[in-house]
Design a protein around this ligand. Structure first.
Ligand SMILES: [Zn+2]
Length: 498
């Protein structure tokens, strides 16, 4: 499918667009409009329900700016870099690994040396994509945004966090003590992260400021195979791509653990939960895979890692990174801060290990829009089939025409429904245009008041998915809409067909 079509709707209907567009925009910054913001908040809330509520994680909210010492301890100052090359002719800057991937089709893993990268560039005769000029040797560029906090003379060096999880690690002790937590337990956070990307691109997919939902699950490494909730998912089938045979296969969670495809019940459980979550957002199972990362692409802190990818016409998009971070983070912060971050379990002091779920919210939203987008020649417009729980608005209310008290009646209905649902009121343009507008932002049901409504106290409901209409009494509207959203009744049986 053509991504441009989705981007056109995204801009026209207020999902998202380049940041500060009336000025000169800087690449890699995108703003959400009213519809996109609602959609994003609902995806975040679903994540909250699915993980924080159901998994009983502790949710925290930390600052975006943290002192340099945090990132020295975490290894970001040294290791959070991308390979950079510059054109000797036009001076433009390029991310070397991505350039090689685009020009030569060679995947460059995260930890490849500059020497090796220079060799590939030379061998494949890769030139500047802008002017065909000669490229410099590769050097590493740190992707964190550096800040000076306080008046210039005494400014303290700090950084915008490049991932939300460091807040969780530095707060570990506070949460552990305050909540009297017992292993295994999770700490989660939804927030903004910042990366000074060399070449941001593909709209929401690689931005310089973006949203993450992250959970760090702390556990005793001796008990990675003791996880009671494993039973709940053991028969669920995963779309698994492991390093063993490099073939995508459907395998139950129980079999994946038994055959050693996934090392540990705790890990298998959370991988299943991730696949379930992505699927619940309207992304079909065929378009989801859990892919084990190779040794070379795994970040330095991870012993074992799976990406949850979603298939789109731009290829497989990594939406959630799942990492076994061992005790790397707590040990590093402990060493650098001098604070004891060990916990006592059965009289024994241990440093908990960490399984991390790191989800890109903007990427998820992009993939949801991609998979919910319906190209509809018959209707004459394209629309979004969002699942009810993340829909920007549950229903729209319209007067058929703008006269004879019809708007007054529609407003009455709107005020009534607004107490229970997210409702969109619209009276501009023909009714056909208003239906098209509602479809384009994915609204499930449109309620229209007409002349009969004044006499009969009833109204028309239109179903987004079928465009069929039924007639029901206004007094039953709240109840019936609720049943329709929960899929408790069939649309055509909910009222009098028209
Ligand atoms: Zn150039």
């Amino acid at each position: 499918m053509d991504i441009e079509k989705i981007l056109a709707v995204a801009k026209r209907r207020g999902f998202f667009y380049p940041g500060a567009e009336i000025h000169k925009t800087i690449a890699g910054f995108w703003h959400y409009g009213p519809i996109g913001t609602t959609l994003k908040k609902k995806i975040e809330n679903e994540w909250r329900n699915f993980f924080i509520k159901e998994e009983e994680f502790y949710e925290i909210e930390g600052t975006n700016i943290m002192p340099e010492s945090v990132f020295i301890a975490s290894g970001h100052i040294k290791g959070f870099t991308d390979p950079l090359v510059q054109c000797k002719n036009c001076k433009s800057l390029h991310r070397a690994d991505k350039l090689i991937e685009e020009k030569a089709g060679i995947f460059v893993p995260e930890r490849t040396s500059t020497k090796k990268i220079d060799e590939i560039i030379k061998k494949k005769k890769i030139k500047c994509p802008d002017c065909d000029g000669e490229l410099t040797n590769t050097r590493f560029f740190n992707m964190m945004f550096k800040l000076g906090v306080g008046p210039t003379e005494q400014a303290e060096t700090a950084y915008l966090r490049p991932e939300t999880c460091q807040t969780i690690f530095v707060d570990f002790l506070n949460v552990y003590r305050a909540m009297r937590a017992k292993l295994p337990f999770g700490i989660a956070q939804i927030g903004r992260s910042f990366r000074n990307e060399i070449s941001p691109r593909q709209t929401l997919l690689r931005q310089r400021e973006f949203s993450q939902a992250e959970a760090e699950i702390f556990f005793n490494s001796d008990k990675i195979d003791e996880f009671p909730r494993f039973e709940e998912v053991k028969n669920y089938k995963l779309n698994l791509l492991t390093l063993d045979d490099k073939k995508l296969k459907k395998v139950t969670v129980a079999d994946a653990v038994k055959k050693g495809l996934i090392k540990g019940k705790l890990i298998a459980y959370y991988l299943a939960r991730i696949q379930q979550f992505i699927n619940s957002l309207g992304i079909p199972l065929e378009a989801i895979r859990l892919r084990e990362q190779t040794d070379e692409e795994r970040p330095f802190y991870a012993k074992y890692a799976f990406d949850c990818d979603v298939k789109t016409s731009l290829g497989w998009i990594e939406v959630v990174a799942n990492h076994y971070r061992t005790d790397y983070d707590l040990s590093s912060h402990m060493k650098a801060s001098g604070k004891d971050l060990s916990v006592v379990e059965n009289g024994k002091k241990i440093i908990p290990h960490v399984w991390e779920i790191s989800q890109g919210i903007d990427r998820t939203l992009f993939c949801v829009m991609f998979h919910c987008f319906i190209e509809d020649k018959k209707r004459g417009w394209n629309w979004f089939k969002f699942p009810p729980k993340i829909i920007p608005f549950d229903c729209a209310v319209y007067p058929l025409v703008l006269k004879d008290n019809l708007p007054k009646k529609a407003k009455e209905v709107y005020e009534m429904l607004r107490k229970k649902f997210d409702v969109f009121y619209d009276e501009s343009g023909s009714i056909g245009k208003r239906y098209a507008r509602a479809d384009e932002i994915g609204i499930s049901f449109c309620v229209t008041t007409d002349y009969d409504s004044l006499k009969e106290e009833d109204c028309t409901i239109r179903d987004r998915d079928t465009t069929k209409q039924i007639r029901i009494k206004i007094q039953d509207l709240t109840k019936i809409l609720k049943q329709l959203m929960d899929k408790e009744i069939e649309f055509e049986k909910a009222g009098k067909p028209i």
